[in-house]
Design a binder for this molecule. Structure first.
Ligand code: 6R9
Length: 655
């Protein structure tokens, strides 16, 4: 009872919901959770039965966190595309809508793609990739706008056993080049342009710039806006031309459960982004099962996850999770505030959305515009709301619950990561009361543990009780990432070396007496800006590439809308002077190097950075100054030059 917190008892009783869907009630949760830990193999063998296997697995879990070697269902053979697409058609459900496409322009053409059409489109896409020369095991980079063809491309790769690496359409040419090079991808699938909030995004032009640095064998270009693009003879192909005469039949390649499915780059606390690798069988079981239980899906419902397919949330809950369940998923090309701040709610009514899954940053930015944008819409089809990507502050939670959900429908706050493949901590809509600001309880098979800096166990499911510490997971689950592509040592170092034998999430967390987890944010040098995960080191590397910058230190600070903002301390080379012009230039510079999501909020020029005598930048102090909490700087005795701190406080930006 030592670590009780005032919010622990803010309970919102779950609205009574009839268990008509795929979810479970409180009693079932308790029994299933118990079994998932006590008889893990039995539990997962049973969940895996909802997947169509070419050869059913007999070995279920086979993993070790020391040394790190993770395998699930390893003698099973399957194809995830068959499971997400074909089997629904074979079961006579081909007429059911798989994807609804809502374009950026509200008066543009809506597309409804049935499972039968999806099967045809994916087969054609797969044959087009083959025609280009793509073979099993090849890495295919996908840099697409939010259009169904992005999902077709992913599923087509899965169908033929190629490994997809999707890059968010907001990333820069340099970011593309780095990722293409890292996984040695010979092929890129892109579109002429993307469209967001009526702005055109030059996707193909960005790919061209990337390919000047890192050449590839082939670029497949989907014509979306019809904008002008340059096509390079021999390398670039229009999708509509290359696909025109391919066969409509394409068999699904039998894959071993542990064959790679995709690589997704994500930020860590140091250096360049890591290519997190997910494999086939475990990821299929995990996304199928989490979607099923967390969203309590019912036949014919429309599920809308507002993420981009360039992030893991889009992979798991626009494409794989919903389609594995035979659900109808909405894909939205646009942004929440175009043409106006009620676009989300307009789309909910237009497509009769039942389950809506978005990020706290979107909720906060819409909340700021006032309730009227929400209340002028009916929203009566909504049955469940979800949140993901960052901690949701209780105020935003209440607005979401009361204003959008009319205090009648449950909210699930789902904690998970690129590395976890799917949802790990959440309440289940038919099983649990909610606590605004808490992600909730451990999902089936998940064993969270809170440890202190020395690795001492403070609380877990076995000990119970409340404590705050660093969040580890002590046993593997099917959707866990298996490695960092091409660099298993880095995988081991990053996730399994801080606390030997445990997976360390990088997040701080509190557990309360009711077994609810409250994520407190990252404890490493990773920041979360509008739900986009970014390493401060990435922004620093971009800054020091500028010829006038000598050194840079980047920290996050609380930002009302974005969750965290980007605060950069910059020292210039001798002879270069700070100016407003240079400040603007550096902002542009980072945008260009990484992408618009990394645009610094504040650039603070300083003659020097506070360092220890051994030369380590004291980030703790820089964070405090950026947070405007200069009254509590803590111990500054190890500083080489304490005077610099006074200067920084006087000249700080975020007042
Ligand atoms: C799915 C996704 C992972 C990091 C994670 C944590 C933060 C995600 C959260 C949350 C509090 C939630 N995070 N969901 N924090 N409550 N419901 O976002 O993956 O982009 O890899 O980010 O996001 O800090 O460690 P990813």
């Amino acid at each position: 009872m030592a670590d009780q917190h005032p919010h622990d008892h803010d309970i919102v009783t779950r609205p009574a919901i009839a268990m008509a869907g795929t979810g479970c009630d409180a009693e079932q949760y308790a029994a299933l959770y118990r079994r998932s830990l006590d008889d893990s193999d039995g539990f997962w063998a049973e969940q895996a039965k909802r997947i169509d296997w070419i050869t059913a697995p007999t070995r279920i879990a086979n993993w070790s966190f020391d040394p790190v070697d993770i395998r699930w269902f390893e003698d099973g053979v399957l194809n995830i595309c068959h499971n997400a697409v074909d089997r629904h058609v074979e079961a006579g459900r081909g007429d059911r809508t798989a994807l609804i496409f809502e374009p950026d322009d509200p008066s543009g053409e809506v597309r409804k793609i049935s499972y039968a059409q999806l099967q045809r489109e994916v087969a054609i896409f797969a044959n087009t990739l083959k025609k280009l020369g793509v073979a099993k095991g090849d890495r295919v980079t996908i840099y697409m706008p939010m259009v169904p063809e992005g999902a077709f491309a992913m599923l087509a790769c899965a169908r033929i056993g190629a490994i997809h690496s999707v890059i968010f359409g907001g990333f820069s040419p340099d970011a593309i080049a780095g990722r293409v090079e890292d996984c040695r991808s010979d092929w890129i699938v892109t579109a002429d342009e993307g469209l967001r909030g009526s702005k055109r995004i030059p996707l193909k032009a960005n790919v061209d710039t990337a390919c000047d640095k890192v050449p590839v064998k082939g670029v497949l270009v989907y014509r979306h806006t019809g904008g002008d693009v340059a096509m390079q003879e021999g390398r670039d192909h229009w999708y509509h031309e290359l696909s025109a005469d391919v066969s409509r039949d394409c068999p699904c390649e039998p894959m071993q459960a542990e064959d790679p499915l995709f690589i997704l780059y994500t930020s860590g606390s140091t250096g360049k982004p890591k290519g997190v690798l997910h494999t086939t069988g475990g990821y299929a079981v995990w996304t199928e099962t989490t979607f099923r239980y967390v969203f309590d899906y019912r036949e014919d419902e429309v599920f809308w996850c507002t993420a981009d397919i360039g992030w893991v949330t889009g992979h798991s809950y626009i494409v794989y999770g919903p389609l594995l369940n035979g659900a109808t998923a909405l894909m939205f090309e646009g942004v929440p505030n175009y043409p106006d701040h009620d676009r989300f709610w307009q789309v909910v009514d237009k497509h009769k959305v039942n389950i809506f899954y978005t990020a706290p940053t979107a909720i906060r930015s819409l909340m700021r515009e006032g309730k009227d944008y929400v209340t002028r819409h009916d929203l009566s089809t909504l049955r469940l709301l979800g949140s993901v990507g960052e901690p949701i502050n209780p105020e935003a939670w209440r607005w979401y619950y009361e204003t959008v959900g009319k205090a009648k429908i449950p909210v699930v706050d789902t904690w998970w990561q690129t590395e976890t493949g799917g949802i790990m901590i959440t309440t289940l809509p038919g099983a649990h009361d909610m606590k605004p600001g808490s992600a909730g309880r451990a999902f089936f098979g998940i064993a969270p543990q809170l440890v202190d800096g020395d690795g001492k166990v403070l609380a877990d499911e076995a000990t119970g009780g409340s404590a705050e510490g660093n969040l580890c997971i002590t046993r593997s689950w099917p959707g866990q990432a298996r490695t960092v592509y091409g660099d298993h040592d880095r995988f081991v170092q990053t996730y399994f070396s801080t606390y030997k034998g445990k997976y360390f999430t990088g997040d701080g967390c509190r557990r309360d007496d009711d077994g609810y987890y409250w994520i407190t944010g990252r404890v490493d040098d990773v920041i979360n800006v509008s739900g986009h995960r970014m390493g401060t080191a990435e922004v620093e590397s971009a800054l020091v590439l500028h010829p006038k910058v000598a050194e840079a230190a980047v920290v996050g600070y609380p930002h009302e809308i974005k969750g965290q903002g980007i605060y950069c301390y910059v020292t210039l080379n001798a002879g270069d002077e700070p100016s407003e012009g240079l400040e603007a230039e550096l902002r542009q510079w980072v945008r260009k190097e990484i992408g618009p999501i990394a645009t610094p909020d504040h650039i603070h020029f300083t003659p020097a950075l506070p360092k220890t005598r051994s030369g380590k930048i004291m980030r703790r102090i820089l964070r405090k100054i950026a947070e405007n909490e200069t009254g509590s700087l803590g111990d500054t005795s190890t500083l080489a030059d304490p005077a610099i701190v006074e200067t920084l406080i006087e000249t700080r930006k975020n007042r």
